[in-house]
Design a protein around this ligand. Sequence first.
Ligand code: ACO
Length: 333
Amino acid sequence: MKQAGVGVAITGCGAAAPDAILTNDQLSAIVETSDEWIHSRTGMRERHILAPGQGLSELGTQAAAQALAMADVAPESVDLILLATSTPDDLFGSAGKIQSELGATRAVAFDLTAACSGFVFGMVTAAQFIRTGLYQTVVVIGADALSRWVDWTDRTTCVLFGDGAGAVVMQADEERDRLRGVELCSDGRLNHTLNLGFGGKTTPLTPDFSIDLGGYQPITMNGREIYRFAVAKVPDVISKALFRAELDATAIDWLILHQANQRIIDAVAQRMKMSSDRVISNIHEYGNTSAASIPLALDGAVRSGKIQTGQVVAIAGFGAGLSWGAAIFEWGR
Ligand code: ACO
């Protein structure tokens, strides 16, 4: 299906993770769990965690700078910076800080929130600005630090998440459209199954006037329900993106799913009849880094030489909202 407007190319990627690593064995000293339980249920062995005082925007800046270097684009040439995150350093948004730290002086910058689907939603949003001709060069960053927002006494959630950032450069391409097909979905009826909700404390300002003041509740998740949802919906959304791309699953060289659980990745790949050697996974090293997980995995696969220029990559994110989405693109140009 021909997309209207200017073509889009994904020309660079980058990634960053904090130095500090928390292993499954270390987690066993914090909550009642074990390396065996975590690894067999999720595929995770360790995750990277932000150091006290370290900003998520530092990681986002590093990832974006690497992506710009790979694309051979100067920061001053960037038109738009989109930061997909649910855990900004600043609730007013952290994209502006990244813009300034990168030296992307011409760029407009804003945050976008769609939890673990945020990077896919960010790429699709960026593509609209390019297709209409408004912008030529966009940096999309996925970055999250869920370590800040889990209840570290709740073993059902705290073992799952890690911190990180990944980024891509997306550019106008007059010759060929390399972003072949996309599909985005939401179902707010399931919103209650995964939340990082506002939980302000009711505070009187005067005897007859009260407000709810500051504070978010730690993450709550119905793991089994999200698992079922992901295994059912992700193959479907990839099929729809493939339909728009006028491709079938055999055209996919590499599948990169949101890294939430190795069992979900395996089940989706199996439903799509994709052999495991075409599926990218880094979950053992990073855990679930939410909006960062897809670009972190993409960057690892590009830099290790797995993903080559012109190959077809299918990405799919899913998570809170609930939200899910997929994009099919040819890497590089
Ligand atoms: N260590 C040891 N035991 C544990 C742990 C732990 N860390 N966590 C849970 N258990 C126990 C439970 O208490 C339960 O015990 P019980 O049977 O005595 O009640 C048992 O293990 C099984 O629990 P389940 O929840 O059924 O375990 P499951 O196999 O479903 O795995 C998991 C849980 C890993 C969370 C899985 O359901 C999952 O991955 N769900 C999807 C999560 C996801 O994809 N999130 C994506 C989006 S994240 C975002 O958008 C921010």
